[in-house]
Ligand binder design. Sequence first.
Ligand code: ATP
Length: 300
Amino acid sequence: MQMISLKAPAKINLFLRVTGRRPDGYHDVYSLMCPLALYDMLTLTLGGTGIGVVCDHPGVPQDASNLAALAARLFLTTAFVERPLPVSGLTIHIEKKIPVGAGLGGGSSDAAAVLTALNDHFGKPLSRPELMALGARIGADVPFFILGAPALATGIGDRLNPFLHLTPWTALLVYPNEAVSTAWVYKNLNLRLTKGEKKISKFHFDGRFFNVDEHLVNDLEPVTEGAFPVIKRIKRLLLAHGAAGAMMSGSGSTVFGLFADSDRAISARTALCKNQQSQNWKLYVADLLIQGPVVAHVRI
Ligand code: ATP
């Protein structure tokens, strides 16, 4: 049986502006997204019948609803329409390292890694733009992970322009052990928008220079923070321990601090681990992957 090993990276949003609501229920965003050196480890075993998933995390479905399984099915049925399938089935093993429901895009990244690996393995029947369009049907963040490089995202997050002017920050990620549903956050953002509660903050990004003092803005943060005040506490702690800036990623609940190098990030992690409140939290030090591509896979 053939096996393919994959690494699926996490992401953070260095800024996330919600620019509008669309009639289909989605929101338009303007976001600077960056992959991180924190990876789920996947193994695809080709053969058998049907598409199976085995995962070591209780919060991740092990059936056809798993985003990695959805990706495999969509790829095989699209790339081999009116042609015999090149494989009778496959099993996807997922070793989950990226916290789930954390705003780090783990599920989307798993799906992107599966799409990219299967496309490469079967001789690239789909072009990169076709693969990204397929990914967008699974989730708005999937095309970003197929691109595999820092990018400015517009539309629902699926229109991407690579952004290669980032400083090599090291992030200290703090996941407060609170899984957050992205759908819930957007629903509550809608309520705030309807009530006119959302403050219009000044934000100007010239498309070239990302400045931590000016651009670290996340429009979803006040919504998630309203339900999970721990987010504010973590931000304060990260800043007190030397982060150049700190913010929630995506819809949360992970908060990241940016540090000039890994030594400073590791010292801050040590200090935070001593804090009573942090007993439940999960802390990760991970470099920003400021150059693409990052979805690596090898055949065994
Ligand atoms: P997003 O901001 O894109 O929603 P997230 O990081 O907040 O991402 P994920 O960790 O991707 O959230 O998981 C969101 C939901 O997707 C969870 O409820 C989980 O059960 C489901 N899910 C399906 N497949 C996967 C997968 N392969 N890995 C993680 N979660 C998955």
